[in-house]
Design a protein around this ligand. Sequence first.
Ligand SMILES: NC(=O)c1ccc[n+]([C@@H]2O[C@H](COP(=O)([O-])OP(=O)(O)OC[C@H]3O[C@@H](n4cnc5c(N)ncnc54)[C@H](OP(=O)(O)O)[C@@H]3O)[C@@H](O)[C@H]2O)c1
Length: 310
Amino acid sequence: MKHSPYAQQISRRKFLASSTVTSLAMLAPQLALAQSSMPVRQIPGTDKVLPIVGLGSSKVVTGIAENGPAPLEAVLEALIEHGGSMVDTWPRNVDNDGAFGEVISQEGIKDALFITTKIDQIGKQAGIDQFEQTLRLYQRDSVDLAQIFSLTDLDVHWPSLRDWKEQGKARYIGVTVSQEALYAQLEAFLKREKPDFIQLNYSIAERMAESRLLPMAADMGVGVIINRPFMNGSYFERLRDMPLPEWTSEFDCNSWAQFSLKYILANPLITCVLTETSNPLHMVENAMTASSQLPNEVVRKRMAKYIDQV
Ligand SMILES: NC(=O)c1ccc[n+]([C@@H]2O[C@H](COP(=O)([O-])OP(=O)(O)OC[C@H]3O[C@@H](n4cnc5c(N)ncnc54)[C@H](OP(=O)(O)O)[C@@H]3O)[C@@H](O)[C@H]2O)c1
């Protein structure tokens, strides 16, 4: 199997050599430069853009309880230094979310990130309470994107999200799914409402969104955020000990992570892909894949066929 060049690149970084993580605030002067180094895609219907690889922060934020905030800081530093900005979040508990809020509120960092949150409660008031608590813990007057998690209590929460957008508490609003069983419900929702974003699962190994939802979102001018690019890790288990095929060198692919990410990023209908990681090495690899050579349509078909056979 080929070895990723990114391990070598990041190994010289101080934050990996020490358990004391460089303060994110120290990065502030570099941010303008870093932010321009990752390819971006337009947020439909706006003149704003988003860097195409983001962080799914679920595990690293949950891990604050056990490991403190340093691992989160290291992953965020890797994201920001390589031009990324989107951080997808999901309220968990007051201690974790409060610590997360401390980290993302550091001077010079606050404005570098595109912060999302989700509502996963049942009942209108419970959703409102959850959102207000998130704003308080994140130390923000607004989030960049408020989403309804997995279409939970969808018709109850959607008017609240519209209110928050109107009130300036959420710049954009949307809904998420992460399994095909919810696609029909998402499609029905898109026939009656127009969110700014949908978030859904899509990868080299989960391609069902290609047939209907991705073209539908594009036709409607809805932004698309991708989750499960590695099927929450089960993609790697499936490919464990398998070498990359030789022909992947034709599009500069050096790892199975890049294999799925490049497949996703080569699809022009997506706006941003979230990669969940607690490992700064992986964050750097994922971020740098955004700027790498991407496969053409012929190669993408070959990739899909290959994955279907293993
Ligand atoms: N319904 C919803 O709203 C919903 C549902 C699911 C997910 N999401 C969002 O999507 C995000 C993505 O999460 P996911 O569940 O879909 O996970 P994922 O990104 O598909 O996979 C995460 C796994 O991949 C590993 N990984 C990441 N980069 C790697 C690399 N370069 N090389 C090797 N391993 C790598 C991670 O391990 P390491 O930590 O060791 O890197 C982790 O085990 C979540 O954090 C969340 O924000 C939303």
